[in-house]
Design a protein around this ligand. Structure first.
Ligand code: NAP
Ligand code: GFB
Length: 320
């Protein structure tokens, strides 16, 4: 029996993990899960973090932590807030690992992101190249804070023999995402914009040229892979959690798929006044497939259908 504390339990990934452990309860019946949001604990505050986690510990029951909490956003939120993204994320990450160690919690799984890899790199990107150069300037605050989370995890492995590991997902999408028009990632932003364009009969505006390429993983797939990493993956080295490089799509293709699925008949407008950000950040998922060869990824078609369906059924209550 293990008790798993999930920071960031109310977000896109946290909500997906909650639904997976409820649905696949036969797989996780021997474990209990506690989902924390910023209403339960402020991870930028060490004392609050220490006492909140300490109060959750149970005698004779081992506790693991899945550290999802972060100040997260798409290209345009990062572009305009790099210093704040650095500060808030460095504080949260520093505190949760320090508290875990001081409370003798032996296993912590933390989430990085493929956008933290060097911008000038050969493709496909492999796990080992994490510190081989500067990240893209558009999100360097968030990226360096995540790199330091990896460094701190490795130092706790080395100095205190802690099982503090990191997984590296690619761009994520799915239900429970943040659909804020400026701060959101591209898929939730475009779903929301397409919806408003239909409602208000105005052009569907896509930022930038539409040429950049991205790999997208569906939140429920990532949730299953995070739980697999926590309970089955015994290596302490980083691992990329992503669809294959062959699944990479252009932003234009994504926008066209969303327009078609939302029955938007007018033409798309690409506004090149807006930044494209990083052209691509293609990663290899060979390490994952070598350890989990039969993992079934959700297709983009199905993932978008389910995300749009959730968006339309929950519009009044979504983050926007
Ligand atoms: P999200 O939907 O924005 O959720 C963020 C979570 O962090 C929420 O539960 C939020 O609580 C919590 N949180 C924020 N500030 C906090 C604070 N000061 N103290 C305590 N909790 C706080 O994020 P997500 O998209 O699920 O991302 C999960 C993880 O995956 C993050 O580490 C992110 O960096 C990483 N990631 C995300 C993507 C992506 O495309 N979304 C890609 C790669 C990696 P409230 O709900 O109360 O605000
Ligand atoms: O998802 P996104 O914001 O993040 O943007 P990144 C991806 C691409 O979509 C960029 C284009 O080329 C944007 O120009 N795009 C087009 C739009 N229309 C829109 C729109 O309405 N909103 C947004 N947001 N994009 C992020 C990092 O990079 O990746 C974060 O900045 C995080 O730190 C995330 O790690 C996973 O893929 O460019």
């Amino acid at each position: 029996m293990v008790q798993v504390i999930i920071t960031g339990g109310s977000g896109l990934v946290g909500s997906a993990i909650k639904e997976v452990v409820l649905k696949d309860d036969s797989l996780y019946k021997d474990h209990s899960f506690i989902f924390l949001s910023s209403k339960d604990v402020d991870l930028t505050n060490y004392e609050n973090t220490y006492h909140t986690i300490k109060n959750l510990l149970k005698k004779n029951i081992e506790t693991y932590i899945i550290h999802l909490a972060a100040n997260v956003g798409g290209l345009f939120k990062n572009l305009h807030n790099n210093a704040l993204m650095f500060e808030s994320n460095i504080l949260m990450n520093m505190n949760i690992l320090k508290v875990a160690h001081n409370l003798n919690i032996q296993r912590v799984l933390s989430i990085l992101s493929t956008c933290i890899f060097p911008d000038n790199v050969s493709y496909p990107i492999l796990e080992e190249s994490l510190h081989n150069g500067a990240p893209h300037s558009s999100n360097c605050g968030y990226a360096y804070a995540k790199r330091m989370l990896e460094v701190q995890s490795k130092l706790y492995q080395r100095d205190f023999n802690r099982d503090y590991i990191c997984v590296i997902p690619t761009n994520i999408y799915g239900p429970y995402d943040n659909f804020h028009l400026e701060d959101a990632h591209v898929i939730p932003a475009l779903i929301h914009k397409c919806y408003l364009s239909k409602m208000e009969n105005k052009p569907f505006l896509v930022m930038g040229s539409g040429k950049p390429l991205r790999q997208f993983i569906y939140s429920y797939d990532l949730a299953k892979l995070i739980l697999w990493s926590l309970f089955t993956y015994k290596d302490r080295e980083n691992i990329i959690l992503s669809v294959s490089e062959s699944e990479e799509v252009s932003i234009q293709k994504i926008a066209e798929m969303i327009a078609e699925k939302m029955d938007y008949k007018e033409y798309l407008l690409f506004n090149t006044m807006y930044s494209d950000g990083q052209y691509k950040k293609s990663v290899s998922n060979q390490k994952l497939l070598s350890l989990y060869p039969d993992f079934q990824f959700t297709t983009m078609e199905n993932g978008l259908d389910q995300t749009i369906d959730w968006f339309l059924h929950n519009y009044p209550n979504i983050r926007k």
